[in-house]
Design a protein around this ligand. Structure first.
Ligand code: FAD
Ligand code: MLT
Ligand code: ZN
Length: 489
């Protein structure tokens, strides 16, 4: 989404070098002339599907430095791509052309933490896992958790409105983020970094940046409400004989575990087998997996271990003793190591998929009852298509979010054209969302219309144009250019 953008020149680099140290500039251009290997990781996305052509990466250390960079790029009409941990799954974090990459990795300080309110204020470049580690001795935890926690940054999480494995318990970032500091495309610093739980003073501007995927500004600071660490956590993996049991199971689990239920995650048999094949978590025994069509991972987080365990054991007894049991078996974690290993089976699916081949990743919200149907329809459609290695489904069932992955030996136009727009049309017919949690990025710009009406898209454009009239911020992402714009033609 941009008018004609300008490529960076050596004099722009001289300008950046006037206020950034050498270590904050990586550039293959003169006068720096770094080797291509220095920049490669910033141009390639996590899946190896999208490839940028940036010549320069800037790694500012302060909000003021970000502001100076953005102001200059705006004046000159140079495109900018904010980049966090580069773990995004929709091609949003790498340039579509030769835009400058603005990496937040050097901004990684915790600014404050209040152990009474649980409010944490941190630089946007803090890695999610390092924030969890920071909170641990204070007996608090981050309200979100993702398989990418070791690399993704809190700024990237906010920019993508990441969901993840704890959304069922702690809700979305639209609720837990209390304030943001953002450098706007003009270079102005928007200080909305409040630490207040309640603040009804007109429009809540920070909400616009949650899920904006770097298209409206650069998030430099985040204020977030963190919950106390539950005193007792446990998990159990349930093996189900058929998918149809998932819905009634969810009902029973919610009713019987009540307030201690903290996650309800689903993986089909193909996902489980792949996770095991690629060494994610510890495989269940042959008896335990025998006849399993799919699995559900249930986590509890509560105040008293014995109480929670009793509830979990009662639940298992009930499920197994019914006339027609909803589950074949349940494996309850007996130690912290087993707890992690059961989680790894679910969390590790993404990694396993990437080890198996190239993934077409669809991240959709549809009625839970349709999860298996969509996976099966896709399997049928791709049956015998050359290069297709498998079709699997997994995801955050408790949130109505299916991850449909098509694994192929390489990305090919034939496979892509069989999947799109077919799948998006189907999601639209179910009144679903074409992106439940990963965002739009570069991957789904053309598909926005399947989940948003024309009026919504028009107002999104107006907001984009108001904040970023020159279209410098993450061009080619989220919104397609209006006719007459150069980028994307
Ligand atoms: P990046 O990938 O660097 O960037 C993502 C987008 O945000 C880009 O558009 C970028 O321009 C923008 N951005 C980044 N930082 C900033 C900033 N400071 N200011 C403005 N814009 C910025 N997602 C989920 O929702 N749920 C999951 O469970 C989940 N699990 C994952 C598991 C794995 C193994 C992987 C690889 C990814 C997973 N994801 C998941 C994808 C998810 O979007 C990211 O992991 C994460 O939120 C992105 O953070 P990041 O710092 O890597 O951002
Ligand atoms: C997950 O839930 O595992 C993530 O969103 C990543 C993925 O979709 O693979
Ligand atoms: Zn997910």
């Amino acid at each position: 989404y941009a008018r004609s953008l300008t490529s960076l020149t050596s004099s722009d680099l001289d300008h950046f070098a006037s206020f950034l140290p050498r270590t904050s500039i990586i550039s293959t251009m003169a006068p720096f002339s770094d080797g291509p290997e220095a920049i490669a990781q910033y141009n390639a996305d996590w899946m190896g599907k999208y490839q940028g052509r940036a010549t320069t990466v800037l790694r500012p250390r302060t909000t003021e430095e970000v502001s100076k960079i953005v102001r200059h790029c705006n004046e000159r009409g140079i495109g900018l791509v904010p980049q966090g941990g580069n773990t995004g799954l929709v091609g949003g974090s790498v340039p579509v052309g030769d835009e400058v990459v603005l990496s937040l990795g050097n901004m990684s300080k915790v600014r404050s933490f209040d152990p009474v309110s649980g409010i944490l204020v941190a630089d946007a470049g803090c890695v999610l896992e390092s924030l969890s580690d920071y909170l641990q001795p204070h007996a608090h935890l981050m309200p979100l958790d993702l398989g990418a926690k070791g690399s993704c940054q809190i700024g990237g999480n906010v920019a993508t409105n990441a969901g993840g494995l704890r959304l069922l318990r702690y809700g979305s970032l639209h609720g837990s983020v209390l304030g943001l500091e953002v450098v706007l495309p003009s270079g102005q610093i928007l200080n909305a970094l409040t630490t207040l739980r309640k603040d009804n003073t007109g429009y809540d501007l920070k909400q616009l940046f949650i899920g904006s995927e770097g298209t409206l500004g650069v998030i430099t600071g985040v204020s977030i409400l963190t919950p106390p660490i539950p005193r007792a956590s446990n998990n159990v993996i349930l093996a189900l004989p058929r998918f149809e049991n998932v819905l009634p199971l969810f009902g029973e689990v919610k009713a019987r575990l009540g307030e201690i239920l903290s996650a309800f995650e689903w993986l089909d048999r193909g996902s489980y087998d792949l996770a095991v094949k690629h060494g994610q978590g510890r495989a269940l025994s042959e008896d335990e997996v025998e006849g399993a069509a799919c699995f559900v991972l249930v986590e509890t987080s509560g105040g008293r271990g014995e109480h929670d365990e009793e509830k979990l054991t009662d639940l298992l007894e009930f499920l197994l003793s019914a006339d027609t049991p909803l589950i074949n078996t349940g494996v309850l974690a007996q130690s912290p190591a087993q707890f992690s290993s059961l989680w790894a089976l679910r969390e590790g699916v993404t990694e396993a998929v990437s080890k198996e081949g190239k993934a077409y990743k669809y991240d959709i919200s549809i009625p839970l009852s349709k999860f298996e149907e969509v996976v099966n329809m896709t399997k049928e459609r791709l049956k015998n298509v050359e290069g297709v290695l498998g079709v699997i489904g997994y995801g955050h069932v408790g949130d109505g979010n299916l991850h449909l992955n098509i694994i192929a030996s390489s990305y090919t136009p034939t496979i892509a054209s069989l999947l799109e727009p077919w799948l998006y049309e189907h999601v639209s017919s179910l009144n679903g969302s074409i992106s439940a949690e990963h965002g739009i990025g570069a991957m789904k710009t053309h598909a926005l219309k399947y989940s948003k009406d024309e009026v919504s898209i028009e107002w999104m454009r107006k907001i984009k144009e108001m904040f970023d009239p020159k279209g410098i911020m993450n061009p080619g992402k989220v919104l397609l250019p209006r006719e007459g714009n150069v980028m994307g033609e």
